[in-house]
Design a protein around this ligand. Structure first.
Ligand SMILES: O=C(O)CCC(=O)C(=O)O
Ligand SMILES: [Fe+2]
Length: 324
């Protein structure tokens, strides 16, 4: 397939995939697959979130991050390797770096309600006493994005020549995480390490990421020709990108594209930026062994066999969230 150089990431309508029109569905699958092969990112509309849900979650997390550091730190549990609750300023760094990112965030994890045994693998969520509304809106957005992610994975499965429902049972009650992020204001830019950025360049760990809030400035993706291009999404779109687990499983046929959040100009460092990614993980026993149909003489097998759970533990240590 030809390598395309996009100036902006392709936009798609998820309703084309779900509406029941076979032609539109096939076109969605093809456009999505080509975009993921070439740049790893798309913007989609009709993702299932309403404006009301989006603004309620933003209002809530803005109130949370406005609490004092001391209050927020009550919800930080290092033993959970940052998998639930609050993660303080500068704690996470990109793989291969030491300087922490200029962000603080909160992790909301899976809630199993159908009696599935896997529920016992997951730590309970942590909810702040100060914001009783966070649990309801947080879980509502979590479950909505999870359902949207399953549909995106169905389209991806078709593009890969797999059964449409290949990922369904692997993603059902998966170890996904909703991560509201606050890129905090910096009054005096001289006081932070010279190489500190909001989010240093990285690939996401998981299968796919569904990102709310990319309409805010600063997010950039590294194109195949090594040029950084800004991500712009319309207010009614979310971004959906390929993570390292999916890239591995497909022998890089689908690209987990490197991206970053750059700092604003110095005089605007005093402003906050918020975003809310949903990192879609499968169940930890999913086998990420490279798919047979993604290996041929031009594309030799690039990765060792590993499960999703093992891959996650490795990466959490590499980004500073899990202490050995
Ligand atoms: O804040 C954003 O726009 C992107 C965040 C991101 O890439 C991440 O948390 O993995
Ligand atoms: Fe990311």
């Amino acid at each position: 397939m030809s390598a395309k150089l996009y100036d902006e990431i392709p936009s798609l309508d998820l309703a084309d995939f779900t509406s029941g029109n076979a032609e539109k569905k096939a076109a969605f699958v093809q456009t999505l697959g080509e975009a993921y092969h070439n740049i790893g990112f798309v913007a989609i509309k009709n993702h299932g979130l309403t404006d009301e849900m989006t603004s309620r979650l933003y209002d809530t997390i803005k109130k949370f991050f406005a609490l004092s550091d001391e209050t927020k730190q009550q919800y930080e549990i290092p033993e959970l390797a940052g998998q639930r609750g609050y993660i303080g300023k500068g704690k996470e760094h990109a793989k291969g770096r030491k300087t922490g990112d200029l962000k603080e965030f909160y992790h909301i994890g899976q809630l199993v309600t159908d009696g599935d045994q896997i529920g016992s693998e997951y730590p309970d969520n942590i909810w702040p006493d100060e914001l009783p509304e966070m649990e309801e809106i947080g879980m509502h957005v979590y479950k909505t994005l999870e359902a949207t992610g399953i549909k995106m994975l169905q389209a991806i499965a078709l593009y890969l020549g797999l059964d449409e429902h290949y990922f369904d049972n692997k993603a059902h009650n998966g170890n996904s995480i909703l991560r509201p992020i606050h890129y905090f204001p910096i009054e005096n830019p001289e006081e932070v390490p010279a190489d500190a950025v909001r989010a240093a360049e990285h690939g996401d760990i998981n299968l796919i990421t569904l990102l709310m809030g990319a309409s805010a400035d600063g997010l950039q993706v590294l194109r195949r020709d090594n040029k950084w291009i800004p991500i712009t999404a319309l207010p009614d779109q979310i971004i959906v990108n390929v993570g390292d687990m999916l890239s591995r499983h497909t022998n890089n046929k689908l690209k987990s594209t490197i991206h970053r959040v750059v700092n604003p100009p110095k005089e605007q460092m005093k402003t906050s930026r918020f975003s809310i990614p949903f990192f879609m993980h499968p169940r930890s026993d999913m086998d990420l062994t490279v798919l047979e149909n993604c290996i041929d003489s031009d594309n030799p097998k690039l990765y060792d066999d590993i499960t999703a759970g093992e891959f996650l533990q490795q990466r959490l240590a590499e980004i500073g969230l899990k202490k050995n």
